[in-house]
Design a protein around this ligand. Structure first.
Ligand SMILES: [Zn+2]
Ligand SMILES: [Zn+2]
Length: 165
């Protein structure tokens, strides 16, 4: 990273002031290569609180960001909002503190393994590939077919099929 984005702080200055609290909007460009695949940062803010300890500085804060993601179930793009808290301890001996690495790591961490446009997302029809959030296609999919077969077999077969809890 060439540009500092105003994310480098002087240890002496923080110590003189007896601490430092600030809120900052971050350029989404700053996170351009942090996320994998189609994911992108839409907007981001950070809260930073430096407190002065005996011979160290404690940084506590959180990154809040909107991420452009693709739903893992239906494949539709959506924007989700995420917050990732962090804390770091710096030795007083360091002259300056660059928080960019911490912020980039935090944004990488907030990326969900399985992004969903909504917890209720119905996904795609296994038979026709249609988006089930938009319309009910009426296809009988594998799961439903199995279910109706189980019903035909009668109540005692159902008992054996009951999944283990
Ligand atoms: Zn979805
Ligand atoms: Zn279908």
């Amino acid at each position: 990273m060439e540009k500092s984005h105003g994310l480098v702080f002087s240890t002496a200055e923080i110590r003189e002031k007896g601490g430092l609290t600030l809120k900052k909007a971050l350029d989404p460009e700053f996170f351009a290569d942090v996320l994998e695949g189609p994911a992108k940062v839409a907007n981001a803010n950070v809260d930073l609180v430096f407190s002065v300890g005996g011979d160290s500085l404690l940084l506590e804060g959180a990154v809040e960001a909107g991420l452009h993601l693709e739903c893992a179930r239906c494949g539709e793009p959506f924007t989700g909002k995420f917050t990732e808290p962090f804390d770091e301890l710096y030795e007083d001996a360091v002259e300056s503190i660059d928080v960019s690495g911490t912020l980039r790591d935090s944004v990488a961490l907030m990326m969900p393994l399985k992004p969903l446009c909504s917890p209720q997302c119905k996904g795609l029809c296994q038979a026709c590939g249609g988006n089930l959030n938009l319309k009910v296609c009426g296809c009988v999919t594998g799961q439903e077919a199995e279910f109706s077969e189980a019903k035909k077999e009668g109540p005692f077969k159902d008992l054996k099929r009951r999944p283990r809890l």
